[in-house]
Design a protein around this ligand. Sequence first.
Ligand SMILES: [Zn+2]
Length: 506
Amino acid sequence: MAVSSLSAQKTKNLRPDLIVFIVVDQLRAQESSQLSIAKRSVNFSQTFHNHFCSETAPGHATLLSGRLPARHGIIANSWHEMPFMSLQNAGHDKSVQVLGGEGEAASARQFVGDHLSSHWRSQKTGGRFITLSWKDRAAVMLGGPAADIALWAGSTGFVTSSFYNDSQKIKWLEDFNFKYPFSQYAGKSWPAAEKKALHKIPDSSEKWNKILAYSPFADELTLKLALEITNAYQLGKSNRTDLLAISLSSTDYIGHKFSYNSPEMRHQLKLLNHRIVAFEAALRSRLPGKKISFVLTADHGGTKTPQVAEAMQEKPAIIKETEFRKYFAQKMKPSHPYFDYALLFRSPHFYLHYEAIGDAHFSRKEILSDMQKFARENDRIFATLSVDQKLKIVRSNKFQKKDSLISDSELWELAKNCHFPERSPQLLVIPAPYVFLQYEKGVSIAGHGSPFNDDRHVPLFFWGDGIRPANKQSIVHTTRIAATLAEMAGFRYAPADGDVLPLDLN
Ligand SMILES: [Zn+2]
C-alpha cells in the first residue's frame, strides 16, 4: 500500500497542485487529538523526532530536509562554534540584508547539505517552495538553502532577507505590511482564563513582534500572510506542485509562558483548531477545483512539568539556567582551579575551551569524567554523557534504576543523532524531567529540549484531496516526512534519513 508502489500514471493524477505543510511550534501529540482535522486525516499517532535536540531550529531543519541534526548541523537554536567558540545563532546571518522592514537578518547559511528545497525546483513537477513563520529560525530552516522566499516577523511587519532569490520582488509584502501593521493590535485583548480576565496588548510598543508572539494574534497574522502569498505567487495554479510551509509560533510562546493545562493554552488550542479549519476553507474558495493536500506536524513537543513531577512524586522545580554551571564550578574548583576559563556553558550543556585546557595540562577526558562524577550526586540532573569523548551515560544516583523513562541505548542513539562535531557540546547534561531551566530574565515556566517522549512525540496528519483517513499506529520518525512530500509531488528525494510513509491514496 506504500505510495512508492503506485503506478506512475496514478501518481500523476493524484499529484496535488498545492501542498500546505503546517508546523505547530511546540505541539504535543496527546493534545493534537483535539484538532478536528484528526478525524479526516491519515493520523500517524506514534510519530517521534529521532534526536534529542528538541528545540525549534533543529526540529524545523529536520522536517523538510528529512535528515538528522548530526548531518545537517542544526543541533540547537544556538551553539558555540569551533575553533573560536563564538556563540552562533542557528538562523541569524549578518552577511545578508533584511528586506521589507526592520528586523533580524536571517538565512539558512548554517544549514549543511541536502534539503528538500534544493531538490524541489530542479524537478519537472516541483513548483514554488515558500516558507513563513513568526520566528526567523523556523522560516529559514523550513526554507533551507533554496526556498524562493522565507518570511518572518520583523519589528513592525513581516520581513525577508537578501539570501532569497525572490527577495527583491516584495512589493506585495510591503503592501501587506502597510495594510496589516503589527500595531493594529494595540489595546486588543485575549482571554487569560475561562472567564472575564483578559491579557491586554499595550497601546504602544517598540517591540511588537515580541509582544504579539505571546498572544494568539501572531498566528492570526501569519495565516493572513499565508493567504496573501497564495495570491501573490498564484500558488496552486501552475502545472507543478507548489509547497507552502507555514510554521505557527503562538502555541510555543504560550506554552512557555503559561504551560500546558493553563486556561491560556486551552484557549490557544481551540483557536488553533478554528484557524486551521478557516484557513483551509479560505484556500479552497480561492482555488476551486484544485487539488490541495495538507500536512500538520510539530518541531517538538513540550513537557507538562507539574504533571511529570506529580507522577514521580516530586515537586516541580523551576531553576535558573546557570544553576548547573554554578554547581560544577563549586565542585570542580578545588581540583581544577582553571575551571572558569576552561568551560563554556550553553544551558544545559558544556563546551570545553581547548586552549585554556591545553595551558592547564589537563586532559579533556579527565575534566569531563570528573564532571560526570559530580553530576551523579545532583538530584536535578538525570544523566550526563559525552559523544565527543565517548564517555558513556552516567545516570545520577537518583535515576540509576529509572529505565522506564528512557533506556541507555535509546538515549545514546538520540544523542548521536544530534552530534555534529564542530558544533556539539562535549558534555551533554540532561536535567531531571521535573526540572525546568529558566533564562536569567525569562518569562518561561515550562519548556522542551529533553530526550523524553513528552518533547519528541509529535502529531503527524495528512489530509485533503486524494488522501483517505486512516489510523497508523506503528512508530515512525519525522525524518520520513520530506521523502513523503517529494513522493506526493511526483519525484524521489533520496538524501533523507527516512523512507516514504505509507499513505492510503484514493
Ligand atoms: Zn519550537
